[in-house]
Design a protein around this ligand. Structure first.
Ligand code: GCU
Length: 613
């Protein structure tokens, strides 16, 4: 048996799915209920197309009835199993997902590598083509459906060859792959290259060119006739050297709308990423401020996008840093369909070696933004071919919880993590609580040693794991901390780059004043001397030292709590091995960052702890 089949996942039914039959969500729902309850509980599924993805569980003749639309019954079956397995109450009334598109963006390349992948190679690409175990894809569909995720974008937003051929010569393979996920209500999405017509002989990719429009219209017709339920196209344009409409002097609305019109007849969504900035910045240029870029570009286009365009905005204005304020675009745009983008792949948050559970961060984002500000939700995948799917067995908690948040953005972080822990390991209650506690603390610990006070980018360039305070200082990416012997940070107030003015009130004033700005964003918005006195009376430099010692101590505390858990093999081994690496990493962060600042400012730690000089 393949290694992945033997591994626990949060799915409480450890049986293998039959590989034949079960071609619809309804058939799958009945199968899952039968497999899990084995007659212990009487259940019946009733299709009610009007409910769509929704469902309702009610008591009926001494058993339970799940009434739902075609995929709704399957979601209902999983909700019922989850509630029973966790010993929780059944959901009452009609349950519906809050967002219609609950997307996973895979950054899988067709050579089998995964950009920012920390769980092994691609599960479905290798050697320039689709290459997978159908049983594993079905198990993946099951995992995604069990938490309500309904869109999987299969290829990297950076469309390297031969991924363009997913739309032509490889289209039959793409369609076969889509059909494996259909019984789970998971629809495919494809990342496309804006210049694709030129690879096929057209002289231009200008979105206003008739030939280009016709090319995309024809491509859409072929693609949707092969995959009628394709969810849409995902586009990274004019970003980090990817082609886009700017080459032709056209706006992003013109570029996106051209594609949107080609796919509109088939109900497709055109997901356009707002991750656009100058990645060739001269570090000497202090007038350009990267976090401003997306708002400056897109706000004037608010209202100019077609109805089936979704502008997908990373949650922060930079790039998935450990701590960023919410992107002001998510608060500012009113007439554009928006999606918020998270990154389950732990690029800047510990590479799925260090623990970093994201639900508390999502809670903060939704609380600040308001769930109704966006129409859809996306997350960069943390999946890979490793037997345990996510590299660190606990990183699966982020995928699990992401599904719950996409379904219900009012979800409670602690409850979601506890459910995952319980479903995955069925540990005694006190150990489930301990594991949940480790996860709930993990973000804070990581932030304390890697990005205190909103100071980001102090990472090893390229790789993005481990400390390197000046690693990005003289680079072209717009990623500076500007530490010198007197002060650190960038002034983003009105007197500085003006970035803070992109926020509506009351946030603008809150952030603009260093005395009201939340501590965890202080150095994101302000340039301050080391002697600046914080709200709690400590100096800025003392706070930097303290947080690094604290973060490291919190990692040690997590390690102790972890050693008390009776996890099954090999999860225990994997988790402990990674924890040893995390401890080493936390110490490096503590000592390198503290030494870095100490060497600049020469101010001693007032607790007399060891700082290396
Ligand atoms: C980050 C990441 C890249 C990725 C990019 C994106 O910059 O390092 O690997 O391509 O984000 O989101 O497009």
């Amino acid at each position: 048996m393949d290694g992945w089949m033997e591994r626990r996942a949060w799915l409480p039914m450890l049986n293998q799915l039959p590989q034949e039959g079960l071609e619809t969500p309804l058939a799958m729902a009945k199968y899952e209920l039968e497999a899990y309850f084995a007659g212990r509980e009487k259940t019946v599924c009733r299709l009610d197309a009007a409910l769509g993805e929704g469902f309702e569980i009610t008591e009926e003749n001494g058993g339970l009835s799940i009434r739902g639309g075609e995929t709704g019954v399957l979601y209902g079956a999983y909700a019922l199993i989850r509630a029973r397995a966790c010993g929780e109450d059944l959901p009452r009334g009609v349950q519906k997902p809050y967002y219609p598109l609950r997307m996973i963006n895979s950054w899988d390349n067709m050579d089998g590598s995964v950009e920012r992948g920390y769980s092994g190679r691609s599960i479905w690409f290798e050697g320039g083509r689709f290459a997978y175990e159908p049983a594993r894809i079905r198990q993946l569909g099951r995992m995604l459906a069990s938490v309500g995720i309904n869109v999987l974008c299969v290829n990297n937003v950076n469309v390297h060859q031969p991924a363009q051929h997913l739309l032509d010569t490889l289209l039959p393979d793409t369609a076969r792959f889509a059909s494996l996920l259909r019984p789970f209500g998971v629809r495919l999405m494809l990342s496309i290259d804006f210049s694709q017509p030129m690879q096929q002989g057209l002289p231009t990719a200008d979105p206003l060119d008739e030939g280009v429009r016709a090319w995309w219209a024809d491509t859409a017709r072929r693609v949707w006739s092969a995959i009628p339920d394709l969810a849409g196209f995902l586009v990274k344009a004019d970003s980090e050297h990817r082609p886009g409409p700017n080459t032709y002097g056209r706006s992003h609305a013109e570029g996106a709308n051209m594609l949107a019109r080609a796919i509109a007849p088939y109900g497709g969504a055109l997901v356009w990423r707002a991750f656009v900035y100058n990645c060739m910045q001269d570090w000497r240029d202090q007038t350009t401020d990267r976090p401003r870029a997306a708002y400056d570009l897109y706000m004037p286009l608010d209202g100019a996008f077609d109805g089936n365009v979704i502008l997908q905005v990373k949650h922060g204005p930079y790039d998935f840093q450990v701590r960023e304020p919410l992107s002001p675009l998510l608060l500012g745009m009113k007439k554009t369909n928006l999606a918020i983008e998270f990154q389950l792949a732990q690029e800047y948050t510990g590479h799925q070696i260090d623990l970093y559970a994201m639900p508390p961060m999502w809670r903060e984002c939704f609380d600040q933004m308001g769930k109704e500000r966006v129409r859809a939700i996306a997350a960069v995948s943390n999946l890979g071919r490793d037997d345990n799917w996510t590299g660190h067995p606990f990183a699966a908690a982020n995928l699990f919880a992401y599904g719950l948040f996409a379904w219900n953005p009012d979800a409670d972080p602690e409850k979601a993590l506890r459910q995952w822990a319980k479903l995955t390991y069925s540990l005694p209650e006190n150990q489930t609580a301990a594991l949940t506690g480790i996860l709930m603390k993990s973000q804070e610990a990581y932030e304390n040693y890697a990005a205190t006070l909103g100071l980001c980018w102090m990472v090893t360039p390229g790789d993005h794991y481990g400390p390197n305070p000046y690693g990005y200082e003289f680079q072209a990416w717009g990623t500076y901390i500007r530490a010198d012997r007197n002060a650190v940070g960038i002034d983003r107030t009105g007197g500085g780059t003006g970035y803070v003015n992109q926020y509506p009130e009351p946030l603008r004033s809150l952030y603009a004043d260093a005395h009201t700005c939340p501590d965890n964003l202080l150095l994101f918005f302000h340039r301050l001397p080391y002697s600046f006195v914080m709200k709690d009376g400590r100096t800025l430099i003392q706070r930097i030292y303290d947080d690094h010692f604290l973060g490291c101590a919190q990692a040690e505390e997590m390690a102790r709590a972890l050693s008390g858990l009776e996890l099954p093999f090999p999860d225990r081994k994997e988790a402990e091995e990674r924890m040893q690496k995390q401890l080493a990493n936390a110490r490096e962060w503590r000592d390198i960052v503290n030494t870095f600042f100490h060497r600049f400012c020469g101010i001693a730690d007032d607790k007399g702890r060891k700082i290396y000089d």
